[in-house]
Design a protein around this ligand. Structure first.
Ligand SMILES: [Zn+2]
Length: 314
């Protein structure tokens, strides 16, 4: 067995992306932004705290079968509201058993390696910014839910209690449907993947569409109702992104997440809609792009944050 290296001399970090259905895990060399090894395993979403913790430990073990002597730090991205000390505060899907306790603290204790936890959208924003070498970026994760993250001046903006970047919970209609966050008319309730399927049927769509992949297929074969649904959703996203641009002047806006991955035209549709709902000069100076890292963004940003932690401890 290799001798345990001091933290500062260890040459790898681990990024974990704890999602509602899967855990994505990657082992990264300190100098490299692509994983040297990665895996996906199911999230035991309904089996409680110990089972979830066990799955994270198992993912780390599978990445590093020879032990963790060379791992400097571990980053964990998760949905929900997580403060800078890794304590989970809010109503986090699949993580309710963790509320008020520190996910990063538990993993550090079990594995003996420094660990940092944060919001998955924020970590993805950091990874997308570093992948482009830009200092000001707004990331929109458009999927079942709508999340996001903000990088300003080269730093991740996490905000009070880690709540910054919740773009899906910007109110777009105070008389709209109730959201899980407690508010009415959140963007997510109009443009989240399940809501898009509902909108397709409400507009009289004739296709056999029961989930978002079915809707994306109808879009690709030219179903006019599917196209109208996605155009309307892009306009809703653009209105919120346009407001965020006025507040943050991001310079780069990345439209990622499962919905955007399934319909590659969406970033362009959002950009076209932004011509009617953003500060014109800010828009001219801003790039609106698809994700470069795809479903590796959260895991990569978790590893980047782990690398920063490892560097501080060196
Ligand atoms: Zn909400």
């Amino acid at each position: 067995m290799a001798d345990t290296q001091p933290i500062g001399r260890r040459t790898t970090v681990i990024g974990l992306d704890l999602g509602g259905s899967s855990i994505k895990a990657g082992l990264f060399a300190n100098e490299n932004s692509a994983p040297v090894r990665n895996l996906v395993m199911p999230t035991p979403a309904h089996e409680g705290r110990e089972s979830l913790l066990g799955a994270l430990i198992a993912a780390v073990g599978a990445l590093c079968p020879d032990g963790l002597s060379d791992v400097g730090a571990i980053g964990i991205g998760t949905p929900g509201l997580i403060d800078d000390s890794g304590v989970i505060h809010g109503p986090a899907v699949n993580l309710s058993a963790w509320q008020g306790t520190s996910l990063s603290g538990e993993v550090t204790e079990r594995l003996g390696v420094p660990c940092v936890a944060g919001n998955d959208g924020s970590f993805a924003a950091l990874a997308e910014a570093r992948a482009r070498d830009v200092d000001n970026l707004l990331f929109v994760s458009w999927g079942t839910g709508i999340g996001g993250g903000i990088v300003c001046g080269g730093r991740l903006v996490t905000g009070h209690l880690g709540m910054a970047g919740e773009i899906g919970h910007v109110c777009v209609d105070p008389a709209g449907p109730v959201c899980g966050c407690g508010q009415r008319g959140c963007l997510e309730r109009f443009a989240g993947a399940p809501e898009l399927v509902g909108a397709y049927h409400a507009r009289g769509g004739a296709g056999d569409v029961s989930s978002f992949p079915g809707l994306a297929l109808r879009y690709r074969v030219g179903d006019p109702v599917a196209k109208a649904v996605m155009e309307a959703a892009a306009v809703m996203i653009a209105r919120v992104v346009g407001a965020a641009m006025s507040l943050l002047a991001p310079g780069t806006v990345v439209i990622g997440g499962g919905v955007a991955e399934a319909i590659p035209e969406l970033p362009g549709m959002v950009a076209r809609a932004l011509t009617r709902c953003s500060f014109p000069y800010l828009f001219e100076q801003c790039r609106v792009e698809p994700s470069r890292l795809g479903n590796h963004a959260g895991m990569t940003g978790a590893a980047e944050t782990a690398r920063d932690l490892s560097g501080r401890r060196a």
